[in-house]
Write a protein that binds this ligand. Structure first.
Ligand code: CO
Length: 170
């Protein structure tokens, strides 16, 4: 297993639209294992392949309370096929958007089609936190960050803060 580098904003790779996974082979299983190690080490509750520089439609997440151990979920080629209701996701954050959180409008409930890491087709209907995490990670696979879903004013403030930090590092 290996820790992968997490791509952070404003890296343009985060805008990549991913390709469907065609072959669930040993390389893909290795990538999933490495992504899981990276996510747990960060620590984070979700990670999309785009965030580690891979343009494949693959995401992982684990929203189980840590004291209960781990419950890794792997979604390959996920698609939201139904979305219902509106909810404000409070203080949403992202490993690719360091030191920032914001409230984001999300759907309350989503129905997602995907395949699991064994290649079995799955349909997952979720609400609450589970629904928000899936929407956030599927956004990544379409090149969308949560800061693309907030006002341009707020996004602009964050962008300037990041640019200032980058200048200070030099
Ligand atoms: Co994210």
């Amino acid at each position: 297993m290996a820790l992968l580098n997490i791509v952070t904003y404003p890296d343009p790779f985060l805008k990549t639209t991913t390709r469907p996974v065609k072959d669930i082979n040993g390389d893909l299983q290795q990538l999933i294992n490495d992504m899981a190690e990276t996510m747990y080490a960060a620590p984070g509750i979700g990670l999309a392949a785009t965030q580690v520089g891979i343009d494949l439609s693959l995401l992982i997440y684990d929203i189980a309370p840590r004291e209960n151990g781990t419950d890794l979920r792997v979604l390959i080629n996920p698609r939201i096929i139904e979305a219902e209701g509106d909810v404000v996701s409070e203080n949403e954050g992202c490993l690719s958007v360091p030191d920032y959180t914001a409230d984001v409008k999300r759907s309350e409930r989503v129905l997602v089609e995907c395949v699991d890491r064994e290649g079995r087709p799955q349909r997952i209907e979720v609400d609450d936190m589970h629904s928000i995490v899936l929407q956030h990670e599927i956004d990544h696979l379409n090149g969308v960050l949560f800061i693309d879903r907030i006002s341009s004013l707020k996004r602009g403030l964050y962008k300037r803060r990041i640019q200032k930090k980058a200048r200070e590092k030099k």
